[in-house]
Design a protein around this ligand. Sequence first.
Ligand code: GLU
Length: 442
Amino acid sequence: MTTINRFAPSPTGRLHVGNIRTALHNWLLARKAGGRFLLRIDDTDAERSREEYVEAIREDLAWLGMVPDGEERQSARLAIYEEAFDKLKAAGRVYPCYETAQELDLKRKIQLGRGLPPIYDRAALALSDGHRAAKEAEGFAPHWRFKLDHDEPIRWEDAIRGSQKFDAAQLSDPVIRRADGSWLYMLPSAVDDIAMGVTDVLRGEDHVSNTAVQIQMFTALGAAPPSFAHEALLVGREGKLSKRLGALGCDAFRAQGVEPEALVALLARLGTSQPVEPVADRDVLVGGFDLSTFGRAPARFDDEELHRLNTAIVHSLAYADVAARLPDGMDEAAWLAIRPNIEKVSDVADWWSIVTGPVAARGLEAEDKAYCAMAAEVMAETGDDWKALTTALKERTGRKGKALFLPLRLALTGMDHGPDMASLLPLIGTEQALKRLKGAAA
Ligand code: GLU
């Protein structure tokens, strides 16, 4: 059986680092199994869903290199939910309820006050047909609940959490449809998982009790439930579910110069027993993806760890990976020379402007000015060969180490640190370099 999974965001905002992680794990799982990774847009909430977020979700997935193998939209599938609803209604598995939000709230408060769990009391199930008709005559449209089967415990083998068991009587019959006819998340998701042949549901552990309910929905609709895995949530360095993480998305990462490969390398293994390493090769991450290595403790997201990984990834990027983002005229040799000295790709601009000049002259001591004048003479012979230049200067002056190299670096780049001069000098070119040495000597 082909593995089919789905990432199912609601387009009510941009993706944040937590749902990027869930998307990535689904993508990795599908790639490893040679299966299909679907994007399902959960847009049954017409009021809060926005087309701009649908676009943003697609763009973010593309930026992350996780292009889905198919896309579905719940708003285009309402008739299918209606059909499933009718089937459940005919089987007595959904029932109309007329309580107002205030009434339900009061019931909950009373239960809590008595030390009882706030489970829906099924009062609406006890209504007679006459009562219902009277409610409707008063103009009350019902909302609908799915009737859980209390007879058997709900069990599944969770690929991350192990054996799970729920007593359905400890859960409220979930509201699946509002009085205006619109759908809540629970039923459409189960219907789609069946219709789309989803074999593996991998999502956050905030969905564990939803899974218990949905397993009964699968069964009530005559389908075998898929495999489930619930991953521990992502928390900030401070150890809490933070608002900050909820707002941290691809646009922010991009603005910080974070490469998608760095984010992917971090999120692929964060919260697993596998080491977080600057792995830029997706095949390696795919090959090692294994739900049995996922821990049950919350995964800690640390910006500093991301930035460290990012720097390591930037240092490994090939010219072809970055060419489109480099300043005009910057070639492969320049990229390779400058690459070890930057933290993010956009940092190349500063070094490239040093190559192309002009560079700000640095005040040198008289002795070093004379040394630069001599360097200019030698360079007339050695050209842009740094080794030859410095070897000759060493012989002539007896200088070594810092005294030999630093004045030259200052004269040629205006900086006291930076890329390897042997690679940089040919980029600057003999003509420019001579001018800079002479300028420094003056
Ligand atoms: N739209 C749901 C969410 O974003 C999907 C959950 C699921 O994967 O079933 O939480």
